[in-house]
Ligand binder design. Sequence first.
Ligand code: ADP
Ligand code: MG
Length: 297
Amino acid sequence: ATPTALMVGTGRGAQLGILISGPEVLESTQRVDTVVLDKTGTITTGHMSLVDVVAADGTDPDQLLRLAGALEAASEHPVARAIADGATERVGELPTVEDFTNVPGLGVQGSVDGHAVLVGRPQLLAEWSQALPAELVAAMTTAQQGGRTAVAVGWDGAARGVLAVSDTVKATSARAIAQLRELGLTPVLLTGDNATVARSVAVEVGIEPGPDTVIADVLPQDKVDVITGLQARGRVVAMIGDGVNDAAALAQADLGLAMGTGSDVAIEASDLTLVRGDLRAAADAIRLARRTLRTIK
Ligand code: ADP
Ligand code: MG
């Protein structure tokens, strides 16, 4: 009866939009008690748009958009796409970028029209001694309190602007997280984004913000340590993510679930793929796997 039960399980999985890497996966679905969820592209759509442009005193906002937009046109990050598209819409064709470098989890740098340009978290600008003036710090805080992701822009030795992008929580995320809770799992939000934004998204999807449930400002290479830390405290962890920066954490988790809409690297690192990128399929997958295993035993 074993192979038949498994086939029924995986056949039903395909109908529900779930791909299972192999039968050994089923075992871990029995034991998971914690589910770590990436924010951007997993809980949210990841299709961001540019909503605010704040230029420092004496800076031309069009110049800010030209330089930042040109630099971000070379990056694949959802924040970058929003800035490049928004800038093109407002100022037209963008100049080309030279010496482009991506600094994972922090931002980008490169040369545009002869200016050395930086776009990213204030930490990235600080590394080049470009501290944000009070007016830009205030602009970042205002944007973040509104649940927006804000990045700073600097060139030729000074911070000169702030750009805010908005993301949208998927319509199904709150329901999906409630279903995961019903299965006995404790949800944890994990993100490289700022804590204010992370808390605002958590509240929107029904995760009570606390130091153990909302883990923000995590660099891509440190996401895996959050999983190992939970495991060291005896938790059995499922991780759901979509990005290249989630791959190590997905592989380390007791059960890795990738969004089918995400990067190939994340899918390859995972045990289960949620083909349609609908978070509700995560609960369906765990419920189905538990039921299939019960049939086999
Ligand atoms: P997440 O965990 O939410 O998927 P990342 O680790 O990819 O986020 O990025 C974390 C933060 O780093 C972003 O919220 C943004 O502030 C900054 N960042 C990363 N890449 C870029 C970029 N290309 N341009 C501007 N900011 C960036
Ligand atoms: Mg993501």
